[in-house]
Write a protein that binds this ligand. Structure first.
Ligand code: FES
Length: 65
């Protein structure tokens, strides 16, 4: 499923980045050599990143801690 329409980032991309140690939303974009634009996907990216370690990402502003 495409999570970020602006940058073409999928849930698989995010899970792969998380499995490789990515913990910050910004690093997901960096890993794909892309930039966020509208920002509407940030909370969902943080939620998917948080699935791996159970972190509470409520209120995430894109940095994911
Ligand atoms: S949908 Fe991700 S930056 Fe716009």
């Amino acid at each position: 499923m495409i999570v970020c329409l602006c940058a073409g980032i999928s849930d698989r991309d995010i899970r792969a980045a998380a499995a490789a140690g990515t913990r910050r939303c910004a690093d997901v974009f960096r890993a794909k050599d892309r930039q966020p634009r509208c920002g509407s996907c940030i909370d969902l990216i943080c939620d998917i990143l948080g699935e791996n370690d159970g972190r509470d990402t409520a209120g995430c502003s894109g940095g994911c801690g």
